[in-house]
Ligand binder design. Structure first.
Ligand SMILES: *Cc1c(COP(=O)(O)O)cnc(C)c1O
Length: 384
């Protein structure tokens, strides 16, 4: 008999937990017949601003648009350099080329997979207009190690928080949330994110009154007053239904993030009990960080064979990300070569994301760990 399928994430288990309250919230919107940028979006923006402890939050159509709106609002354009990581989702970099600016990559840390502060400082020039650290897989970058250096140069800090809502870091004795440290924070509500909607959605956070006003104008075609356009913006708005769904889900976010942290503890214990340390390295949590494990990304030997081995046993593991961004065909015009960002390139060969979601069961994790043990103990990779 075939093994039951264990997906890398299972949204349906989560749906069952909030079905009733979500349906009520959706019906309320349908009864109001107000669909775009209305009272639910206003309320969500207030809820999230207070959760992050920032002055403003503005909904938009996706995490990708949040990044694009951020760079537009900061006036980033042709001739400007924007420093970011080569090891992230595509949208982190496409927003830079979309506004006509030049992406400058800084290599990542092999343990946290996050952009390394020292490498950022190394790449700062008179042309640097912004830095986009990505809080990858749910863990914050050590932003305090470069934030002063970049503001001294008049450059902006844009945090890509798409994978890190609820992540915190202790800085100067204070607990700081992702999205509250930079000039702008960008969030995604893509369904599989830690706070996911039932469709696309995004949000921008900022402590600047002026940036908040400009972003609110840019998301509606650059108009402060309807039908009068100060500049050319986007159509990038959040739907009332999505906002209503997200408000319900925001109430559970802390619980779900804690459950993800429990999944991490259980994996860690299992790997230690099975002495898997010789072959796999679980994700590292940097000092002072509260990781929210959007993904559970290990480093391992014989990655591709392990992935196939798990798939044959019904366990879905995924690769984030198989090709470093500096090597993407669409960025070949930037002139980067293989070997220029060795840590990012090596991670793209060695990392594997194991199943993780708040409802993942201990026995399912035991199954994953046992399958990994079987693979390495029997030397499957040598003769397959
Ligand atoms: C998901 C994601 C985005 C883009 O968000 P969308 O809502 O899918 O447009 C940007 N950056 C990172 C790091 C992401 O994971």
């Amino acid at each position: 008999m075939a093994d039951p399928v264990l997906p890398s994430f299972d949204l349906s288990r989560n749906w069952k937990r909030v079905r009733k309250e979500t349906l009520e919230a959706i019906v309320k919107v349908l009864d109001s017949q107000h669909f775009i940028l209305g009272p639910e979006v206003d309320a969500l923006e207030k809820d999230i601003a207070s959760y992050l402890r920032v002055s403003h939050a503005a909904g938009c159509a996706s995490g990708t648009d949040a990044l694009l709106l951020a760079l537009m609002a900061l006036g980033v354009g042709p001739g400007d350099e924007v420093i970011t990581t080569p090891y992230s989702f595509f949208a982190t970099v496409s927003c830079i080329t979309r506004v006509g600016a030049t992406p400058v990559f800084a290599d990542v840390d092999p343990d946290t997979y996050n952009i390394s502060p020292i490498n950022i400082l190394d790449k700062l020039t008179a042309k640097t207009k912004a830095v986009i650290p990505v809080h990858l897989f749910g863990q914050m970058v050590q932003v305090e190690e470069f934030s002063e250096a970049i503001s001294r140069r008049g450059a902006f800090l844009v945090e890509d928080c798409a994978q890190a809502i609820g992540a915190t870091r202790v800085i100067n004795g204070r607990v700081e949330r992702a999205g509250a440290l930079g000039d702008i924070g960008c969030f995604s509500f893509f369904p599989t994110k830690n706070l996911g909607g039932f469709g696309d959605g995004g949000l921008i956070s900022t402590n600047s009154d002026a940036l908040s006003v400009r972003i609110r104008s840019l998301r509606v075609h650059g108009s402060g007053k309807q039908y009068f356009h100060d500049e050319v913006g986007l159509n990038s708005r959040l739907d009332e239904i999505q906002a209503a769904i997200l408000r319900v889900r925001l109430r559970h976010l802390e619980t779900w993030n804690e459950e993800r942290r429990l999944v991490d503890e259980r994996y860690r214990t299992l790997f230690a009990e099975m002495n898997l340390g010789e072959w796999i390295t679980p994700p590292a949590e940097a000092e002072g960080n509260r990781h929210v494990f959007h993904q559970y990304v290990i480093r391992c030997s014989h990655r591709d064979k392990l992935k196939t081995w798990l798939a044959e046993r019904g366990i879905t593991a995924r690769v984030y990300y198989p090709l470093s961004l500096h090597l993407q065909p669409c960025f070949s015009f930037l002139g980067y070569k293989e070997g220029e960002f060795p840590v990012s390139e090596s991670l793209s060969q060695k990392t594997l994301a194991l199943p993780i979601f708040p409802e993942l069961l201990p026995e399912e994790q035991e199954r994953v760990a046992a399958a990994i043990l079987e693979f390495y103990k029997n030397g499957i990779f040598d003769h397959s």
